[in-house]
Ligand binder design. Sequence first.
Ligand SMILES: [Zn+2]
Length: 236
Amino acid sequence: MTQLLFRNDGYLRSCDARVTEADERGIRLDRTVFYAMGGGQPGDSGVLRLATGQEIAIVDTIKGELPDEVIHIAAVGSTLPEPGTELVAEIDWERRYRLMRMHTCLHLLCSIVPGAVTGGQVSDGRGRLDFDVPGSSLDKEAITDRLNALIVGAHAVGPRWIADDELAAQPELVRTMSVKPPSGTGRVRLVEIAGVDLQPCGGTHLRNTAEIGRVAVTKIENKGRQNRRVILAFAK
Ligand SMILES: [Zn+2]
């Protein structure tokens, strides 16, 4: 099991760690700042720096079969480190920060558009959510204005943990049908944007909505009779 340092502090860029396993599937560490792909957020890229001076480029990060197992995927042709090797794990922070800004912005979008969320994806510089909403009532300009008002409103963002049974008693907290909240450990991590949004999420978030910067709805697509896809990008 890997200690997931990003879970309590999404702003950590690097950490000391020890290799627990390394094989053709990837490298496992005892602790990491690398977010593993999940919940619509891509896995981190970055580098592992060994005391010998060797640097191993990490091109992606995925989950393993075990809970909290994180697999760091090394660039093709990398020499794998031996188990027990001490190293420094460092993410590509510029990319991660853009992903955090867009991911946090999708929570704001979720609070603005009514209806169940049926899917979503964050990518570098862009993001989208699919909503189950009848009719074509969604307006690009209106959503853009409301998003930017919430961003400028500088709302605090932070984690909150609740027990599994508390969440089961409040099913309205789960907006995303396609992504099951991480549960089974007795408690679930919620992300709260003060006065705006509260829902289970295992991704990495900003501390304040002001850090998102200006955004725009670039497109609203019809994906089936009820499904509307709202696509966002950072404003130029
Ligand atoms: Zn989130």
